[in-house]
Ligand binder design. Structure first.
Ligand SMILES: Cc1cc2nc3c(=O)[nH]c(=O)nc-3n(C[C@H](O)[C@H](O)[C@H](O)COP(=O)(O)O)c2cc1C
Length: 138
């Protein structure tokens, strides 16, 4: 099972999730400037929203790597919205990328909101989530 982790972060919140997945799976987490070097069965794409939208570099990554992604698993942090999943799903549909129904989302700190998130419970939860997803993917 070839799996990969990519992330985009501005203040470090989403990178914490990516690093927790990396630790759980024993693979490296790289930012979205690193293209996939080979066909990847399961891609954990860790991202967030800024003024209600995902960053342009995340959109670009999906477009540039669409033919190397088997199934994309969305992992996100945000302060207010419940998930970036609907946006990522739409981008993937446009690029012809399959998206897993399984996703992980938790609060990410922003100004006075959600101090300390993601916290140790979030990191344990995302690690367990990633292990379960890979286990189910065979
Ligand atoms: C410039 C900026 C704009 C943001 N806009 C939103 C927003 O529209 N909705 C929301 O839920 N969170 C918003 N947030 C909060 C981020 O989604 C949250 O802090 C997230 O965890 C940031 O992840 P990062 O540290 O990996 O960049 C915003 C944060 C920043 C810095």
């Amino acid at each position: 099972m070839k799996a990969a982790i990519r992330y985009y972060t501005r203040s470090g919140n989403t990178k914490k999730l990516a690093d927790a997945i990396a630790q759980a799976l024993g693979i490296e987490a790289k930012d979205v400037t690193a293209p996939l070097d080979a066909r990847t069965e399961v891609l954990f794409l860790c991202n967030s929203v800024y003024w209600a939208g995902v960053d342009g570099s995340v959109k670009q990554f999906i477009r540039d790597n669409h033919d190397r992604i088997g199934t994309l698993v969305n992992v996100s942090t945000a302060a207010l919205i419940e998930s970036s999943y609907p946006q990522i799903r739409k981008l993937c549909e446009q690029a012809g990328v399959t998206v897993s129904d399984a996703e992980f989302h938790c609060k990410g700190s922003f100004q006075m909101l959600h101090r300390g998130r993601p916290d140790s419970e979030d990191l344990a939860a995302v690690g367990a989530f990633a292990g379960k997803v890979l286990g189910e993917a065979g």
